[in-house]
Structures are given as structure tokens and as C-alpha cells.
Design a binder for this molecule. Structure first.
Ligand code: CTP
Length: 414
């Protein structure tokens, strides 16, 4: 392929490329380069048989990331659970008859098949095998099973095969595979016509030039929502308080510090958005006076800080809305549902995500979270402990289902 032609079709998309033990495994190298040239970030997973045909190092160098070959080769960053969660689409090329059988049955005896059971985005499979194998009733049945489950199984091409046979079984061409990935991603983009404004992280309210009031928010939930909305086709603006996280790819990020800066920035961007998701843990109070110089301790046995309230940004924005959907969070330590319901009503929200932040697992700083969603139209949906990225998808699905597809609201909430 012509590497000077750098495409943007898959720009910002994250693709997992599963490679299984077919002689066509060498073609996956070209495919990886083609995916990269189209702008995708690619994580490669190889079966043990695939490594007999091409070394993992080849894929490692060309992908720029570690190649997963072993289910038990746990790595902090890349595991059989993190890859399916982080990618937008899962492509298996070439796929052997053995792989098709395992995938159809849900076997999970290696890294690739185990990952496949956790994938929520589109799965595209490009088989390659001998012609007799492709037409064997067992393979035909497994392909039917996978297709019935929504997996895109591409038709192999007719041509000369490694066995010398001329039959249907050749891995289909790069352009066909890329087009299938592109089409599968496009079909997933249920948020493609939305402009989503997301807030995340804490705010910092200065006391003096070196001290501030803040809270334990890490920003992980809001960043996960921004990432999920982008993956589902939305244009995303993320307004973040101080956080160590980096901007998800493809998301416009605006960093702020104080509640007042967050309020101004969200206000400026609110008119252009279609959905506001307010995941930030905004400080409710700030010091009334900010000392220009560092406050000194000498001669003071105690100290009193006088605080004043910040703007309740959600209430302010929901009062200014034209047609925007407004979603809030409720961080609670007791009576989670009743407090969340009060906030839903008081702040004029379409939907609220209630969290019990006292739980040891989930809540501030954690990678996981459990939540209950309440809507202005009276729906309730509970989610047990799961990764914040997965919860982000559940929240977007609920907002889509309850607020975007069925937008009729019955305000005020009773
Ligand atoms: N929020 C806001 N502006 C504030 C405080 C909170 O927009 N000044 C938003 C949060 O982003 C969240 C929702 O309001 O989406 C609820 O925040 P939470 O901290 O749970 O509740 P508060 O409204 O601050 O009330 P309380 O602290 O009394 O629970």
C-alpha cells in the first residue's frame, strides 16, 4: 500500500487486531500498516499458532504497542479485560476455522477468545482457510451462529490457496476489510448528531497563592463519559478541573481551576451543545477573601476561613436551556435515591446518575463505579459495580433511550 497516503477514515479510532494461525497471518502485517495509515491506534492480540507464522515483534514495532499473546501474561496497562473495553472495534484477520468454532461456542482458552467475550463494540472477522474447510457444514454453521449474534463475518475471496486448490478461502483484500471496519463503526455511532459538553474532575478554590479547597474527585468518570461519547460519534467538549488524566483522543479539552471558571466555560459552550453531562465535583463553597500573599501561621492558635457559596452550575445552565438535555450526578453518602431524586427535581434535570460515594469499591479515585439512574420521566435503572468506562456507555445508552429518542418530558417531576 502507498504509505504516503495517510487517511483519516479511522482517525482517532482504536482497533484491536486479532491474528490467528493461518498462512495468511503475514497479510495481517499489511493490514496493521493500513489501519495505522487510516489514523487508527491498533492493539494486536495473537494466538500461539499465529506466532509460528509471524513474530510478535513485527506487530509490536509496527503498532508501537505491546502485543498480547498469552492470557496469563498480565500487564498493568494491557490485559484481556482492558483491551476489549478500550477499543472501538475488534477485528480478527485472518480467522481460522478453529477460531470461528471457539468464537461461536464462546470458548475462552486463550487471550484472543477470552477478550472476545468482553467486547461490546463491533466485531469484524475475516476468515482464511482451505476451500473445503470453508464449505464444511461445521464451519458454515459456526459462521451462521456468529452472524446471527451480530458479528460481521466477511466472505473470503476465491483464488489460489496455499494447498494449491483454487477455491473460496483467501483472506479478503485490505480495502474490503478496512471498509467493513469503517461501516461497522459508523453503524455504532448512535451519538453522531450530538454535541456533548462534559464536565469532570474537582475544582480548586484558592485560599492564598499556595493553598486551596478541593475534593477527592479524580475526573475518571467524566473522562470516561467523554471518551465513550466520542467513540459513539459525538462531538465532545470536555471541561475539566485539575486532574492528572490526559484528554481522551478526539475530544476538545478545556482545563479550568475554579468553580467560577468552570461555570463561565460551560456557559460559553452550552448554547452550542445538545447534551450537557455534569460529572464534575464542583466546590459548593469558596473562601470569601483570597489572600494575595501566603497566610502566615505565626501568632495564630487557630484560624477561621469565611466561605461563600459558588454558583450551582447545573441549576444555572438548566434555567438557560433552549433544547439541551441536561444530565447531572449525585454524590451521596446516605439516602442515595431520595437525595438524588430531590436534585433531579430541584436542578431541573432530565436524568441523574446517583452514586454512593461511601462504598470502598467505586466512587472517588476508583476505576470502578456502581450507580442508579433516575429520569425526569420516572424511569430507574441500576448498575452494579463495573468499570467507569463501561458505566459511561450505560449512561449514554440510558440518555439516548430515555432523553434523545423519547424526548417528551413531564416536568415538574412528582
Ligand atoms: N453541581 C454544580 N454546581 C455546583 C455543585 C454541584 O453544577 N456548585 C452539580 C454537580 O456537577 C453534580 C450535581 O450538581 O452534577 C450534584 O452535585 P452534588 O455534589 O452531588 O450535590 P450538590 O448540588 O453540591 O449538593 P450537596 O453537596 O448538598 O449534596
Amino acid at each position: 500500500m502507498d504509505e504516503t497516503r495517510v487517511g483519516t477514515r479511522l482517525s482517532g479510532k482504536r482497533i484491536a487486531l486479532g491474528v490467528t494461525g493461518s498462512i495468511a497471518a503475514y497479510k495481517a502485517v499489511g493490514l496493521l500498516r493500513a489501519l495505522r495509515c487510516e489514523g487508527a491506534t491498533v492493539s494486536v492480540v495473537m494466538t500461539r499458532a499465529a506466532t509460528k507464522f509471524v513474530t510478535p515483534l513485527t506487530f509490536e514495532v509496527l503498532s508501537g504497542t505491546r502485543v498480547v499473546t498469552d492470557l496469563f501474561d498480565a500487564h498493568e496497562e494491557i490485559t484481556h479485560l482492558t483491551i476489549p473495553e478500550r477499543v472501538d472495534a475488534f477485528l480478527v484477520a485472518p480467522a481460522t476455522a478453529n477460531f470461528l468454532a471457539k468464537a461461536a461456542l464462546g470458548l475462552a482458552d486463550d487471550a484472543l477468545t477470552t477478550m472476545l467475550l468482553s467486547v461490546r463494540g463491533p466485531i469484524i472477522v475475516a476468515p482464511a482457510m482451505d476451500g473445503d474447510m470453508w464449505s464444511h457444514p461445521t464451519v458454515v454453521e459456526h459462521v451462521q451462529t456468529l452472524r446471527a449474534r451480530g458479528v460481521v463475518v466477511l466472505e473470503p475471496e476465491v483464488g489460489p490457496l496455499a494447498s494449491g486448490q483454487v477455491a473460496q478461502g483467501r483472506l479478503c483484500g485490505e480495502s474490503t476489510i478496512l471498509a467493513a471496519v469503517d461501516a461497522a463503526l459508523a453503524a455504532q455511532c448512535d451519538w453522531h448528531d450530538q454535541v456533548v459538553l462534559v464536565s469532570a474532575g474537582p475544582t480548586q478554590e484558592p485560599i492564598d497563592p499556595v493553598r486551596f479547597l478541593s475534593n477527592r474527585s479524580s475526573g475518571k468518570m467524566g473522562y470516561a463519559i467523554a471518551d465513550a461519547a466520542r467513540a459513539r460519534g459525538a462531538e465532545v467538549i470536555l471541561v475539566s478541573g485539575p486532574s492528572s488524566l490526559s484528554a481522551p483522543p478526539g475530544v476538545t479539552m478545556i482545563r479550568v481551576n475554579t468553580a467560577a471558571e468552570m461555570a463561565d466555560t460551560l456557559f460559553q459552550n452550552f448554547r452550542a451543545c445538545t447534551v450537557l453531562i455534569m460529572a464534575a465535583a464542583v466546590a459548593d463553597f469558596r473562601p470569601k477573601e483570597v489572600a494575595q500573599q501566603k497566610v502566615k501561621k505565626y501568632g495564630k492558635a487557630d484560624m477561621t476561613l469565611e466561605l461563600e457559596s459558588t454558583t450551582d452550575i447545573l441549576t444555572m445552565l438548566s434555567a438557560h436551556r433552549t433544547s439541551q438535555i441536561v444530565v447531572g450526578f449525585a454524590a451521596e453518602t446516605e439516602q442515595v435515591l431520595s437525595h438524588a431524586h430531590e436534585k433531579l427535581k430541584a436542578k431541573g434535570l432530565d436524568l441523574i446518575v446517583a452514586n454512593d460515594v461511601t462504598q470502598a469499591e467505586g466512587g472517588f479515585g476508583s476505576d470502578d463505579n456502581a450507580a442508579v439512574i433516575l429520569t425526569a420521566t420516572g424511569e430507574q435503572r441500576a448498575f452494579g459495580l463495573m468499570s467507569k468506562r463501561r458505566l459511561a456507555d450505560e449512561i449514554l445508552t440510558a440518555v439516548h433511550e430515555f432523553c434523545l429518542v423519547r424526548p417528551q418530558r413531564k416536568f415538574p417531576v412528582e
